[in-house]
Write a protein that binds this ligand. Sequence first.
Ligand code: NAI
Length: 232
Amino acid sequence: MKEHVLITGGSRGIGAAAVRAFAEAGYRVSFLYLRSRDAAAALAAETGACGLCCDAADSDAVARAAASLPPVDVLVNNAGISHVGLISQISPEEWDRLFAVNVKSVYNSVRAVLPAMLQRQAGCIINVASMWGQAGASCEAAYSATKGAVIALTQALARELGPSGIRVNAVSPGMIDTDMNAHLSPADKAALAADTPLERIGRPEEVAEAMLYLARASFVTGQILPVNGGYL
Ligand code: NAI
C-alpha cells in the first residue's frame, strides 16, 4: 500500500513542490492550504493529491482535517509566514500570529497524527526551519525566533519519539525563489546570491528533494538539514 504523506501549506512555493515530488515518488499525498483555492484545486488535479482548506494554526481545524484522512506515515510541517521589519515595528498581534502559524501549527499537526503513529510504532515528521533560525536575521527577528523554536522542537521530539519508532528531522532552507520573497528586489536577490557559495538562490524543488531524502533516511533522526547553497 502507498505511504501517505500530509503536507501543510501545500498550495504554492516549497509546499507545492513537495506535493509534486512526493506524488511522483509514489506516495499518496494530502495537503492543507489556507488561501489560493484555485491553485490548490489545480495542484490536486495535476498530482492526484487531496487538498483541504484549513488554517494550520487552528488546533481544532487541523484535528478535524486529519481525522478525515487515512493515517499519516509522513508529516511535512511546511506552512509558514514571514515578517520583515525592525523589532520595534512588529505588533503584538503580528508576533502572536507568526508564532501561531510557524510554531503552533507544528504542534497542531503532530498532535493530530501522533496517536496513529504511536499505535503503529512508526512514522516520520519533517519540519521546515530556516537558516535564519540557525543564524538570526536582522529585520526578521520574530521570524528567526519562530524558526529557532522549530529547530528546538525538532530535536526534542526526535529524542522523545525515537523510542516509539518515529523519526523527526527538519530541512533548513536558505533563500528560495518563492512568493514569500516577492518583496525582495532583483538587486537584493543578486546580493544574497553573491554571498552564497553556489552563487544563486535555491529552487523549491531542491528543498522538496531534501524532504524526500529525509522521508527515506531510516537511520536519520534529530537532524537539521541545511539546503542553502553553502550560505551558512
Ligand atoms: P509561500 O508563502 O510561497 O507558501 C507558504 C504556504 O503556506 C502557502 O501554501 C500558504 O497557503 C501556506 N500557509 C500559510 N499560512 C498558512 C496557514 N495558517 N495554514 C495553512 N497553510 C498556510 O512560502 P514558501 O517560501 O514556500 O515557504 C514554505 C516554508 O518554507 C515556510 O515555513 C517558510 O518559512 C519556509 N522557508 C522559506 C524560505 C524561502 O526563502 N522561501 C527560506 C526558509 C524557510
